[in-house]
Design a protein around this ligand. Structure first.
Ligand code: AMP
Ligand code: MG
Length: 187
């Protein structure tokens, strides 16, 4: 199994960026943010002004951007892809890794970072740099549950492993170290 590319995901506010900053220090993997690639492509053609505008685009437009971003990432080696199992869009949950994306990316392992919904909400409230949708603890519980279903579906399709990683409050190093040690065994 090709383990050169892995996906790390988690709902907005789960602390993914903090964990990834720590993972970056402990591995040789480059980290590539799928949303940043999509955003740069969308901004270039005047579709959006900020990254939170992406999920408000039509599903067809999001899929086109998704295809372009995955074609670019498909050419890279040893990367951690920072992305989402699903994106809550106006048309419903959009799969972050539909068949045409998975085929391009050749992912060896999926990591799903999770945290208690109350922690996710309080982290969202303190991040003023993003335009988050209003949500309740139940919404976040549901989104995290849905993301597990998507991870299982992608795993069945490719044979790649799924790792559910808890990100406890104030201890992102625990989540990061678990990820680093699993990346090593996959080398
Ligand atoms: P992030 O900063 O990681 O939340 O990513 C910003 C935005 O990029 C997300 O809210 C989505 O709209 C979009 N995005 C990221 N990954 C994907 C993906 N695999 N498929 C579709 N859209 C994505
Ligand atoms: Mg982030």
């Amino acid at each position: 199994m090709d383990k050169l590319r892995v996906v790390i995901s988690g709902v907005a506010g789960v602390g993914k960026s903090t964990v990834l900053d720590l993972v970056k220090k402990g591995t040789n993997y480059d980290i590539i943010n799928f949303g940043t690639l999509m955003f740069e492509m969308a901004k270039d053609i005047g579709l959006v002004e900020n990254r939170d505008g992406l999920r408000k685009l039509s599903v067809d437009t999001q899929i086109n951007l998704q295809k372009k971003a995955s074609a670019a990432i498909g050419k890279m080696d040893s990367v951690i892809i920072d992305t989402h199992m699903s994106i809550k869009s106006h048309g419903g949950y959009l799969p972050g890794l539909p068949e045409w994306v998975i085929r391009e990316l050749k992912v060896g392992a999926y990591f799903v970072i999770e945290a208690d919904p109350s922690l996710v909400l309080s982290r969202r409230a303190t991040d003023s740099t993003r335009d988050r949708d209003a949500a309740t603890e139940n919404d976040i519980r549901m989104d995290q549950e849905i993301n597990r279903y998507y991870a299982a579906a992608y795993s069945v399709f490719t044979g790649a492993t799924v790792n559910i990683i808890e990100n406890p409050e104030g201890k992102p190093n625990i989540a990061a170290n678990t990820i680093i040690s699993r990346l090593r065994t996959d080398d």
